[in-house]
Design a protein around this ligand. Sequence first.
Ligand SMILES: C[S@@+](CC[C@H](N)C(=O)[O-])C[C@H]1O[C@@H](n2cnc3c(N)ncnc32)[C@H](O)[C@@H]1O
Length: 233
Amino acid sequence: MPDIKFNDIWNRAQHISSPFMPEEHARLLYNLALENSGTIVEIGSWHGRSSVILGSAVKNLGKGHLYCFDHWNLIEGAECIMKQDIWKIWNDHIAEWNLQAVVTPGRAYSQKAAEKWPANKTIDLLFIDGWHEYWESGPLIIPPEDIQEYGIEGWLRDGKLISPHKHQPSFDRAAKVDFDVWAPKLKAGGTLILHDLHADFPGVLKVWKENVESSSEWEIKHSENNIGVAQKI
Ligand SMILES: C[S@@+](CC[C@H](N)C(=O)[O-])C[C@H]1O[C@@H](n2cnc3c(N)ncnc32)[C@H](O)[C@@H]1O
């Protein structure tokens, strides 16, 4: 399948802020979306660089649909008030790229979104790029540099603004949980992409090594330069 229009898409998409989605990864995502048309699910969308790449493949192919799940700056039980409105930024990008008809957002915790996903709806392509720790529970404490960078003003709970330095209610977030709740929804023959297989993210590497690489349920298609692709057998 040729890279229909990829270069044009990348020329624009590279300007969307992304923690780490270089051209090589974007091209891989785009081609995999063309090859695995149907239901595509993205866990972790941020400003939308990977969403517009996957969504553009769906649009250019003329079939399939992309579902994007992210809490877009909500933490469990409290809304995060930031100067940088990630939810609006993501929506503006989808509108600017005219992808509303082929991309549906789910503003939710990935685990909760998985519970609501229809039991009979299988996934053709699953891209996981959400929480990068293996498993974390307990209060989320935001580092001061992030408070500064994103302009976090506080947490809104019951109409009151709580200092960003205060502890938050406990909740689970984990690369392992994302894999456990979403991978079973992938159809046999479907493709999994795990992003950020990098020494800086040992939790993501652990999920890949223990659950994909050493499992007979997956055939590894690509595992280099910080991105893993496997086909479900
Ligand atoms: C690495 S960024 C995603 C980058 C994006 N794929 C791109 O290419 O630009 C991770 C995203 O995952 C989201 N996230 C982290 N944990 C999550 C969870 N448990 N449920 C939903 N979204 C989550 C964060 O809000 C953040 O936007």
